[in-house]
Design a protein around this ligand. Sequence first.
Ligand code: 6PG
Length: 225
Amino acid sequence: MKVFVSPTPEAAAKLMAQHLARAAQAAIKERGGFSVALSGGSTPKLMYSVLKDLELPWAQVQVYFSDERSVGPDSQDSNYRAAKLGLLDHLSLPAAQVHRIEGERDAHAAAADYAALLPPQLDLVLLGMGDDGHTASLFPDTEGLAASGRVVANWVPKLDTWRVSFTFAEINAARERWLLVTGASKAEVLREVQNGMGGIEGHPVEGVQNGLWYLDSAAAAQLKL
Ligand code: 6PG
């Protein structure tokens, strides 16, 4: 587990944003472009608030999403909407370079169409972790954990809803995987993840290979580092 621990959530988010800008610049210099999948939930908003003001050649960046709820782009629950308000609206990034998951559609159709528009390999997938160990929309004991292909429509019984999510195959096929996890509520699960206690069924984030973890000290409190 390769980990950066910062004193506060804001510092962890700032470090990730700075590293993201640096990685994008290097990729664009080396390969002429950079593709990144943004994660969902609330934690990324801290990172967006820093990233939006960093120097970054956005004209060469393609933005994707690692998962989406079964809602439209204007919903309060939309991961796309959170990224739009927190980051994308502040950038001169052509709309054609932002590829949202169409959460308002049938999840299976939206998943199939999203898989078809992905590049052969993403440069970076950003992820979070729920306090049950889920990541993207791969929740414990759901069928999506075993899905083949690149994007899956995953029924989440405990939320009584469909989600559209990258599969582990897609997540682990990217050049890199970075996870931003903060807050004391994540500390216990992180300790269990570090010890491999839940397995992928119990703590799906254990299925993320060679991840780079950006933590605050509260989330990292029970880790052996
Ligand atoms: C989602 C996310 C999900 C998120 C975790 C952590 O759509 O909810 O993709 O995997 O990253 O639930 O969410 P918080 O950052 O809000 O704790």
